[in-house]
Design a binder for this molecule. Structure first.
Ligand SMILES: [Ca+2]
Length: 486
């Protein structure tokens, strides 16, 4: 290993970037706070022209557990023509990271616009209003600004709804969400299987698409913020046969890194899901599992396509901002895991595509770091709304104007683990994670070099990387928002 050489290279990169590096803290100093009226208009790209245009609608699509393993992200084995088309007519973010790879924690952060240390939602066990009773959520902010704010299916996590966010009650689909437990009177009863040659709307997301089309027709004449939750490819992998048939199980490749990193500290040991372990205990089962995930990805894509088509049919596309976002990734065998809730790339990196009427950089792929928490201020700016004071994210509208400008050099994620909080930072070449115990002491650290062994080897325990670890530890402390507990 040419470790020493790599160390020297990286030192140069980090120190030379020192003066121009834009950390999150500087963002807040410069532009993160409330910017209103003329000041906001001045910052916006010309094509956005928010003040002169009629109010733009927002279609906000949240896809559950969707990895950036899509055709438009370079995964040519995946059939995702509708999301690909959205990417081709919008901007795809290659380095978008969720703040916690857990449904409710991730969604709570995005929809409130603050990091998890403020929402206090780290798992699927708390409501953000426990810690932030009066926070204005993203949909609520649109509602307060005269928009019709409406949602369908899983936008907030099940059981953690937020009526203040919406202009009308949530359209629930919980009864048909999981395992084919259909409500009485539903046209298909019993347990659907992968071999069931059934119509799309036998399954939850098919019904979501049907109802979303109805909603669009109903609300088309008023400015709207419409949040659509797509459940697949979250488990269980139920979708019509035709989507399974898109993939040949014999051609499904298994991860080449099916083991935990060498030198993983005890504090970083993930919570294992025993039933998922059992379901993936042989290569055949692992292929079957991936097959299901891929089939459901294509199924989700098809439902998204139906909604986007209706937007076109109703001639709303030219006046609607579209955001498509995955709340977290999922290990499909990477690190030997079949789960989410880790700080690895497989779960923290998420798909993010933004399309804005009139944007000039259609089809551009942006390689700058974006945090999911940045979505709230971005959507507000795009719609010409002022930014609430409490937001901790930073609008990435400047990237929509020029995807290559100097931007933040890191993204942040965290997981509340067995022995403490794992604060994780992705930089250009590295991921650095520090585990902080309840006594506020560091109980473990990880460093991965993606130009080298990636997540196969934890380099934090390699003395050759001491200076890189120190640089990253400092960067983590200097830039983390909000402040660490020490
Ligand atoms: Ca999820």
């Amino acid at each position: 290993m040419t470790v020493r050489h790599k160390v020297n290279d990286e030192k140069i990169i980090i120190s030379s970037a020192g003066h121009s590096r834009i950390g999150r803290r500087e963002f807040f100093k410069n532009a993160g706070k409330s910017i209103a009226g003329a000041a906001l208009a001045k910052m916006l790209p010309e094509w956005l022209n928010a003040e002169e245009m009629p109010k733009k609608n927002v279609l906000f699509i949240i896809v559950d557990d969707l990895r950036p393993e899509l055709n438009c992200y370079g995964s040519k084995h995946i059939v995702s023509p509708n999301i690909d088309n959205l990417a081709a007519t919008g901007m795809l973010f290659n380095r978008a990271y969720c703040q916690v790879a857990i449904c409710s924690a991730s969604r709570s952060s995005v929809l409130t616009g603050v990091y998890p240390d403020k929402t206090k939602v780290y798992w699927n066990d708390k409501h953000f209003r426990d810690a932030l009773p009066d926070v204005t959520t993203l949909p609520q902010h649109f509602r307060n600004n005269g928009y019709h704010s409406i949602s369908i299916s899983k936008v907030y996590h099940d059981g953690f709804e937020d009526p203040k966010s919406w202009s009308e009650p949530l359209m629930e689909l919980k009864g048909i969400r999981n395992e084919g437990k259909f409500p009485a009177g539903f046209p298909f009863s019993g347990q659907p299987t992968r071999d069931a040659d059934v119509p799309d709307n036998i399954h939850c997301d098919g019904v979501t698409a049907d109802r979303s089309i109805e909603v669009l027709r109903r609300i088309k004449n008023k400015p709207f913020f419409f949040a659509v939750g797509i459940i697949r490819p979250h488990l269980s992998y139920l979708c019509p046969k035709k989507y399974w048939d898109l993939y040949d199980p014999n051609e499904i490749k298994l991860s080449e890194h099916p083991f935990l990193p060498k030198g993983l500290p005890g504090a970083a040991m993930p919570y294992m899901n025993e039933s998922l372990k059992k379901r993936t205990s042989s290569d055949d089962l692992r292929r079957e599992f991936k097959h299901g995930y891929y089939a459901c990805t294509s199924f989700a894509d098809a439902q998204i396509g139906r909604i986007l088509d209706e937007l076109e049919n109703l001639k709303l596309a030219d006046n609607t901002i579209i955001v498509l976002w995955g709340d977290n990734g999922f290990h499909l065998g990477e690190q030997g895991l079949w789960m989410k809730a880790t700080n690895f790339e497989a779960t923290t990196r998420v798909p993010l595509i933004v399309r804005v009427p009139g944007m000039k950089n259609k089809g551009v792929k942006c390689n700058r770091f974006v945090d999911s928490v940045d979505i709230y201020p971005t959507v507000c700016e795009l719609a010409g709304l002022t930014l609430p004071e409490h937001l901790e994210g930073k609008s990435f509208v400047p990237l929509l104007e020029d995807a290559g400008i100097v931007w933040q050099q890191c993204s942040f994620s965290q997981i509340n683990g067995k022995k403490g909080m794992g604060y994780s930072m992705r930089t250009e070449n590295y991921r650095y994670t520090e585990w902080v115990g309840t006594d506020e002491k560091t109980v473990g650290a990880e460093l991965y070099d993606y130009r080298n062994a990636g997540e196969d080897i934890n380099l934090a325990i390699d003395k050759n990387f001491k200076s890189i670890v120190e640089e990253h530890a400092k960067m983590l402390r200097d830039n983390w928002r909000p402040k660490w507990p020490y």
